[in-house]
Design a protein around this ligand. Structure first.
Ligand code: FAD
Length: 319
């Protein structure tokens, strides 16, 4: 079976991201998964056990300052060279900011088609995407080159399938043009005990209806009760209620959890763009005409300051 390249997303603190495990699971249905690790020295060794646990038969590693010290351009160059050499059946990247940018550059370098935000990929290269607030399923195929797709996090359940990957170090030869944007400093994001927003299986988001920054405690409390992450609408972020890195939507993060709870959010199209593929959507809004109710599986028309404490109380009881 042909190789399927999976470009690994990982963090120093938490290791391999869940979306990578999803991509390895998907890759096993298409061919033989090979993980591509692009990072600092020793990254492949640190990640190999986890990648093997989810079926990576091989790990291609491009490591060191040439890769880690710059933004995405060197990564795209390395993956493009690898694709030309191994001629994989498909290339999978995460639908993250970085994954999409590498994929776009790859498509240009290889003169290849690209599909983003894919939630499924069949062995014949037919990709599934979800559009228009989840109301339309789109089936598409790359018509030029190989299936080059970015996979939306939380699209499938990662399943382990043990393998013992051999690690192959790649020779990194990047051009000066790849080094035009250098990383000068890295500051670790302050993280609490909550899951990462794009990886969480439960997201509780607050909008302008939450009223002020202090009231966001209510949103946080609900998220903690459900073991979820906190999100926010742009209006909430712009009003200073919650930090920008938690914004969900077109100009924020894309989430696709099992459960999305929208508190005091109207459901503007730009907000929907970031959460419409959530499996179950619950909305609390005092306006029965709010567009979020067109999308919600369960809706409560009411004042969130009355509804949320009651819901929290009930969840606590059932716990
Ligand atoms: C180019 C562009 C990009 C954008 N990108 C994004 C994006 O990434 N993410 C995003 O979210 N938006 C984005 N927006 C903004 C978007 O259009 C909306 O303005 C925004 O989503 C509205 O946020 P909201 O629903 O919190 O606020 P509002 O639209 O003001 O809605 C607040 C809601 O809270 C309800 N409410 C008020 N008080 C209570 C209460 N006590 N209890 C219950 N309900 C209550 C109201 O009935 C109302 O429906 C973008 C806009 C543009 C033009």
């Amino acid at each position: 079976m042909s190789e399927v390249l999976v470009v690994v997303e990982a963090t120093k603190e938490f290791g391999v991201k869940k979306v990578t495990l999803e991509m390895l699971t998907l890759a096993r249905e298409l061919g033989t998964p090979s993980a591509v690790v692009l990072g600092g020295a020793g990254a492949a060794e640190a990640l190999s056990a986890k990648l093997g646990e989810y079926g990576a038969e091989k790990i291609y590693a491009a490591e060191g300052e040439e890769i880690d010290g710059y933004l995405v351009a060197p990564k795209a160059t390395v993956v493009a060279e690898l694709v030309k050499r191994v001629q994989p059946a498909a290339v999978l990247l995460a639908s993250s900011q970085e994954g999409k940018e590498i994929a776009a550059r790859l498509a240009v370098k290889l003169d290849n088609g690209i599909l983003t935000d894919v939630v499924g990929l069949a062995a014949d290269g037919t990709a599934t995407q979800v559009a228009f607030a989840g109301s339309t399923i789109v089936k598409s195929k790359v018509t030029k080159g190989l299936p080059l797709v970015t996979v939306r996090p939380n699209s499938l359940n990662p399943a382990p399938a043990a393998a013992t990957p051999a690690v192959e170090q790649l020779t990194v030869s990047v051009t000066d043009a790849d080094k035009l944007a250098k990383v000068v400093e890295r500051v670790a994001e302050q993280k609490g005990s909550r899951p990462e927003l794009t990886e969480a299986s439960v997201v509780v988001s607050g909008g302008r209806g939450v009223g002020n920054a202090d009231n966001f405690k209510l949103v946080e409390e609900m998220a903690d009760l459900l073991g979820g992450a906190v999100g926010a609408s742009r209006a909430a972020v712009d009003s200073g209620y919650y930090p920008h890195q938690f914004q969900v939507g077109q100009t924020g993060k894309t989430v696709s959890p099992q459960l999305y709870v929208a508190l005091g959010i109207s459901g503007a199209i730009q907000h929907r763009a970031g959460m419409q593929t959530s499996k179950t959507i619950v909305a609390v809004n005092k306006d029965a005409e709010a567009p979020i109710f067109e999308l919600a599986d369960y809706g409560v028309v009411g004042d969130l300051f009355k509804v949320v404490p009651q819901a929290a109380e009930e969840i606590r009881k059932r716990k």
